[in-house]
Design a protein around this ligand. Structure first.
Ligand code: CUA
Length: 327
């Protein structure tokens, strides 16, 4: 289990689909750069020999370069750059744009550790256990300064930024233990903000899930907080009902329509006046400094558990609206 035994290889063996994709792109870039650099140096050497000064009083002449030469050396690199751009964008979006059906895990960076919360209640510090061959999405944030979640074997690196959520996707393809680094200088103990990602065969993962002491599921924690902070007193009453709110289009008082994603829900809890829902007064107090990052994630997980209006939810039973406990 010990992560200390892991060596730090120059080119870590790829252990996720993202790693293979990034490797192919990187090798292609390396090959292009190498070819161009070699071509330039060979040309320099050839020209130096071919056009060397043969007599002491020889004076060179400047000839205008033909249009076709100018066009060719503009068009070919432009085509190569656009090809690289398209390829790179595809790899980028496959890693950084959210995908449906992924196993969602919350990660909070703090000086100087990684705190991981699994949806069904497992919590880990500087450890992340995952099943092999399953799409995983991490939702990252930070409690203090910018950290960066870096797993070289997966070729993914994503900043954990205070005040916002970022996501990163990967699909582990090989069971094993992999290095986890913080890749953004974040203070004195930055170099010790490291950990281990353990990818397990499904059976081992089930055993790990069953054998790991866990707290209540994240959504249940969220539900408790929802009551504790009194959210339950207003929502569904003088404030908007929250059933199925996640990923729903919200009509705002100023006429805009926004999607209630993680970022929107987060903002609405910390800065409720930022986007007022149409038809409701701006009365909600800010919970900035009241709920911490871990509690925020639990609250958002609870809101998600209230059912999303996605196609998959049509006709499925939804949790009943919470009772309003007002006199
Ligand atoms: Cu956290 Cu460097």
């Amino acid at each position: 289990m010990a992560g200390a035994a892991l060596a730090v290889p120059f080119w870590p063996p790829p252990a996720a689909q993202s790693a293979t994709a990034v490797d192919h792109l990187f090798i292609f870039l390396l090959a292009i750069c190498g070819t161009v650099a070699a071509g330039i140096f060979i040309t320099i050497l050839y020209f130096a020999a071919r056009y060397r000064r043969r007599a002491d009083d020889e004076i060179g002449s400047l000839r205008p370069s033909p249009l076709w030469v100018e066009l060719t050396w503009t068009a070919i690199p432009a085509a190569i750059f656009l090809f690289i751009f398209g390829w790179g964008a595809r790899v980028y979006f496959s890693i950084y744009s959210p995908q449906v059906g992924a196993l969602q895990i919350y990660v909070v960076g703090k000086q100087w550790m990684w705190e991981v919360q699994h949806p069904n209640g497992q919590r880990e510090i500087n450890q992340l256990h995952l099943p092999v061959n399953r799409q995983v999405q991490l939702v990252l944030t930070s409690q203090d300064v910018i950290h960066s979640f870096f797993v070289p074997a997966f070729r993914v690196k994503r900043d954990a930024v205070p005040g916002m959520y970022t996501t990163v996707q990967f699909h582990p393809t090989k069971a094993g233990e992999y290095h986890l680094f913080c890749a953004e200088y974040c203070g004195t103990e930055h170099s010790r903000m490291i950990g281990t990602v353990t990818v397990m065969e499904p059976r081992d993962y089930e055993r790990w899930l069953a054998g790991t002491p866990r707290g209540e599921p994240l959504a249940a924690t969220g539900e408790r907080l929802f009551t504790k902070y009194g959210c339950v007193n207003c929502h569904g009453n003088i404030a908007p009902a929250l059933d199925g709110v996640y990923m729903k289009g919200i009509g705002l008082a100023d006429g805009r329509v926004v999607t209630a994603d993680d970022q929107y829900l987060r903002e609405s809890i910390l800065d409720p006046g930022a986007k007022i829902v149409g038809g409701f007064p701006n009365i909600m107090p800010s919970f900035r400094g009241v709920v911490n990052e871990v509690e925020l994630q639990a609250l958002i997980e609870y809101l998600k558990s209230l059912g999303a209006p996605a196609a998959g939810y049509a006709g499925e039973e939804r949790r009943p609206r919470r009772p309003v406990t007002r006199p």
